[in-house]
Ligand binder design. Sequence first.
Ligand code: ACO
Length: 315
Amino acid sequence: MNGLKLLATGSALPSQVVTNDDLARMVDTSDEWITSRTGISARRRCAPGESHTGLCLAAARQALERAGVGPEEIGVCLVATLTADQLSPATACTLQQELGMGEDTVCFDLNAACSGFVYALHTAQCLLAAAPRKYGLILGAEVLSRFLDYTDRSTCILFGDGAGAAVVEWREEYPSLHAVLGCRGSQAIHVPGVAVGAPSHVRMEGQAVFRFAAETVPACIVQVLDKAGLGTQDVDRFVFHQANQRIIDLAVRKLKLPPEKCTGNIASTGNTSAASVPLLLDELVRTGALGPGQRALCVGFGAGLTWGGALLQLR
Ligand code: ACO
């Protein structure tokens, strides 16, 4: 067996809080509609002067300090994102320079949308097996507010900005993540790129994505547990991508999971795509809801369409 353990987490949220009432002054919606259909009450948004890179740096510094690991000890640095400040250099390369990681650190950004952090964990596990230094710095970060159409009530209410970071360690004797990753290529969620003439805002077929998530999230959890030879009772926390509380509730009911092991933070963060799982992980660790030696089953899904699940044990 070989795999990863989670040593520490960190997070950074931008200063601006956007409430449902704030949005109701911009589009035809209401706090009641948003809360009952999504579970979201507020989300964070970058103000002028705040940036994706700044959030990543703050979250990464916090995670390194809490782990007691120096930047020079990191063998692999990955940033899961689809909204970096620029296409190149990758955010991970900027972190290498700003934090002082070694020049032989493997650094790159990875785009698997809301599944990105889970994809990055699995990628790190594979890369760290071959790396000279066995610590990984893994981030999920987004500034989706840059790509929102604040006249489209079906999307602008959903998304928020933020960054989460994790320091992991690979060892021969540590348990595998037993990751399950998948993709069903589709344009059901589209985040614009740099193509000339491309629309500049997120657009989404909400109901189709909802059905996709309702199907894949429970299936992914079952597959991870089957791979690990474990049952739901062996998991201390289910860390769901915070996209819509109704999607989480469906999975909880379908798999008969104890609701107290499935709590999240969607009410205050909204959907922060790749940042969602590490932001929640950080909150659970900080509040003591996840403690030493415990197992968290992380599950993400989103644009691509992609999904991913992984079992992450704390040191
Ligand atoms: N306020 C008030 N009414 C609204 C709003 C709003 N903000 N948004 C939509 N409506 C209206 C619609 O216009 C529609 O009205 P109509 O019946 O008169 O046509 C009605 O509400 C119902 O619309 P639906 O789209 O059926 O609403 P639904 O209950 O499906 O909720 C939502 C929409 C929240 C988007 C939901 O479909 C969803 O969460 N989908 C999944 C999204 C997701 O998980 N994305 C994850 C990945 S994101 C990424 O990867 C970047």
